[in-house]
Ligand binder design. Sequence first.
Ligand SMILES: *[C@@H]1O[C@H](CO)[C@@H](O)[C@H](O)[C@H]1NC(C)=O
Length: 156
Amino acid sequence: MNKLLLIIPFLILASTYYVFRSDGLLMDSTTEDSYLEPDTNPGCANVTFTQWKKCMYEANIPKCDSLPENQRSGCYGASYLATQQMWPSVPTSTCACTQFWKYYERASANDPIDQNGYYHKCFSKVFLIRDAQSDNFYYNKIYAPQYLTCAGLKKY
Ligand SMILES: *[C@@H]1O[C@H](CO)[C@@H](O)[C@H](O)[C@H]1NC(C)=O
């Protein structure tokens, strides 16, 4: 087979990748500055752990398992992708998320959730939001209410 035929798809892939990378918003998931919430007066600035948890409790957030069994896999998939970036003790977790959960461990109920901006840098991360959006149910019923609107952030 002509080698050129193999090289062309590779070049197309490589240039697509380059275009993605040169778009300021779509950077590597380890880059800390690609999040959507502004640093100046973020929506979550004055929200405390008490308010955040009360809101989540009242919102009665479902789980992927609340879906009929044959509709769960997309939700599990999005949840897995999101978890890889935001959960403590996951090596691929972003720096801001790791810092947030460390703070969470020792914070008091009336402390603000966005100490040092870790909260908004973690949960409004472009890659994390994009992965959460890969499943409608996961994003609209679980991720957005729990981590965005209950925390005072916009639902992007
Ligand atoms: C947080 O509180 C400060 C001081 O009271 C206020 O200026 C600011 O607008 C509040 N931020 C939000 C997002 O409500």
